[in-house]
Ligand binder design. Structure first.
Ligand SMILES: Cc1cc2nc3c(=O)[nH]c(=O)nc-3n(C[C@H](O)[C@H](O)[C@H](O)COP(=O)(O)O)c2cc1C
Length: 361
């Protein structure tokens, strides 16, 4: 019987193909969310509940997807989200993502917990790179990570604030998730920081984070980050307007509205549902990005219509990589870009500026 999935048409096709290829422990880590995965599902369902109100008889003969983010023009409003342990999907790993995203002018955000180092990814740069920071109790290590990213030419710092502890990801608990032999958290030096080992019970990653990350982070610390780097700072993991305001007051250049792909606090609000409150609270003072559950061009259009300047894409990058390495990531991003362009044309919004709130209900 012919494999009807041989030519994947959309991101869901890639997900199914990746599921069949990946080791179950790795797949569980990638696909899973916290507890009952209610937020994970809500991230998708909330997009589906929003309807579009397309405008007709607009000249959409020429379409322009470019947009301005933090004062810089980018080819599309798409950015790859920071994700740990990307090399578990495919040997191309973070280098492959950097090359694929860069070739399309899409910024790649490298995770603190990458399986390839800041410098090795920078050596493959084909486009803009951003660095995502998890804050270690050891501020010397934290500072060293930030300084290395800046020296290597990363253009923005994404400080993740929703993970003082790791969410209870039961798939990882059951699979006793850990980094297999041959893989490390490559940005760290000390073996106790580089390894994410199996523990007797539960997730090795949850133990790692409980022992090394700083759960006492407060808004004051944001000022410290701003004082040690010239990179603009995105605060990632905001779901409330008042928190967004605090982030701006303490030196953030931008906000990433995110529930961490449903992986932290289960039953937390979906990003797209929280977005209008955040947009209203920051009132144009800073740029706002959204992530979580974006799988279609129409999802991106909805986020922009609410006022986001762009979106971050998480898991689909891993599915593309698992299916076909660097080229798979390029395919995923190209599909999303084409779907966004078509959605813009059919909505009568030939430029990103014309994606306005009246398009959604
Ligand atoms: C496997 C995996 C690893 C992740 N690792 C990180 C990380 O290291 N740092 C971080 O800020 N967010 C991390 N995230 C969250 C993503 O940056 C992003 O918020 C989320 O995946 C977006 O949702 P989506 O996967 O539905 O697109 C991770 C997500 C996944 C799926």
């Amino acid at each position: 019987m012919a494999d009807t999935l041989q030519t994947p048409l959309n991101l869901f096709d890639y997900e199914r193909m990746a599921a069949a290829r990946l080791d179950p422990m790795v797949y569980g880590y990638y696909v899973g969310g916290a507890n009952d995965e209610i937020t994970l599902r809500e991230n998708r369902e909330s997009f589906n509940r929003i309807s579009l109100r397309p405008r007709m008889m607009v000249d959409v003969g020429e379409r322009d997807l470019s947009t301005v983010i933090l004062g810089q023009r980018y080819a599309t409003p798409i950015i790859t989200a920071p994700m740990a342990f990307i090399a578990l999907a495919h040997p191309d790993g973070e280098r492959g993502v950097a090359r694929a995203a860069g070739s399309l002018g899409i910024p790649m955000t490298l995770s603190t917990m990458a399986t390839t180092s800041i410098e090795d990814v920078a050596a493959e740069r084909a486009g803009p790179l951003w660095f995502q920071l998890y804050v270690y109790k050891d501020r010397g290590i934290t500072r060293w990570l930030v300084e290395r990213a800046e020296t290597a030419g990363y253009e923005a710092l994404v400080v993740t604030v929703d993970s003082p502890l790791l969410g209870k990801r039961e798939r990882d608990v059951r699979n006793q998730f850990h980094l297999p032999e041959g893989y490390t958290a490559a940005n760290l030096n000390d073996p106790s920081y580089r390894r994410v080992s199996a523990v007797d019970q539960g997730s090795g990653l949850a133990s790692y984070i409980a022992s090394l990350y700083d759960p006492a982070l407060t808004w004051k610390d944001l000022e410290w980050f701003a004082s040690i780097t010239k990179m603009p700072i995105w605060v990632k993991g905001i779901l409330r307007g008042d928190d967004a305001q605090r982030a701006v007051d303490h030196g953030a250049s931008g906000i990433v509205v995110s529930n961490h792909g449903g992986r932290q606090l289960d039953t937390a609000i979906a990003g797209i549902t929280a977005l209008p409150e955040v947009i209203a609270a920051v009132n144009g003072r800073v740029d706002v990005l959204l992530d979580g559950g974006i799988r279609r061009g129409t999802d991106i259009l909805k986020a922009l219509a609410f006022g986001a300047c762009g979106v971050m894409i998480g898991r689909p990058i891993l599915w593309g990589l698992a299916v076909n390495g660097e080229q798979g990531v390029r395919d995923i991003l190209t599909i999303l870009r084409a779907e966004l362009e078509l959605a813009m044309a059919l909505c009568g919004a030939p430029t990103v500026n014309e994606i306005t709130p009246d398009l959604i209900v």
